[in-house]
Design a protein around this ligand. Sequence first.
Ligand code: TYD
Length: 214
Amino acid sequence: MIDPGFFITFEGGEGAGKSTQIRFLAETLRAAGHEVVLTREPGGTPLAEAIRGLLLNAGDPPEAMTQALLFAAARFDHVSRVIRPAMRAGQIVLCDRFADSTRAYQGEAVAEDALEATILLGTSGLVPDLTLLLDLPPEAGLARARQRGTAGDAFERADLAFHARVRARFLALARREPDRIHVVDADRPAEAVAASIRALVVAHTAIDLAGAGA
Ligand code: TYD
């Protein structure tokens, strides 16, 4: 049976504005009368949030394959307990990062076939209906992320060259799956980025943004 809901993921490097944009889209969808679930990875369930703490606050970060397996475990819990039930109930799930983040970040150090095996298990085959890749140069993104005033998690502390390779891997994924992954220029004012996102949702899903209350 095909789930009646929709699953939209937001991807991109650090400081691309994903969390702001995901909130904007949630507001737009709710105003149009849709039920929306806003969630994030790693996280989204108590167990997955605990795994998030292990991964992001590790003083001595584990090997990339260990990271991939932990992301997969967190993701399986999240998909089975939150995302699939919401989709079955006809809700729209907006998720801040999903499996493409594993490809972009852990893809640095884990062979592709092994990584895809962890992803297949973690997602249990669930693929987003639409992925919005918020793209901007890593210099700009890291500057924004550091302005938040926190010390930064283990990934934010990685060097600029690493973040440039993460960006290149995200863009390569978008070229490989152009029907699903759409690149949004995030180096613009937030309202312009939000307008592009609304246009992509209208163009590439059957979601009606002009519904009740819009
Ligand atoms: P988060 O604070 O959510 O980052 P951001 O605000 O940039 O979205 O931290 C998530 C970090 O985890 C981020 O640096 C990317 C990394 N990550 C992976 O390496 N692999 C994954 O599969 C996921 C979901 C995240």
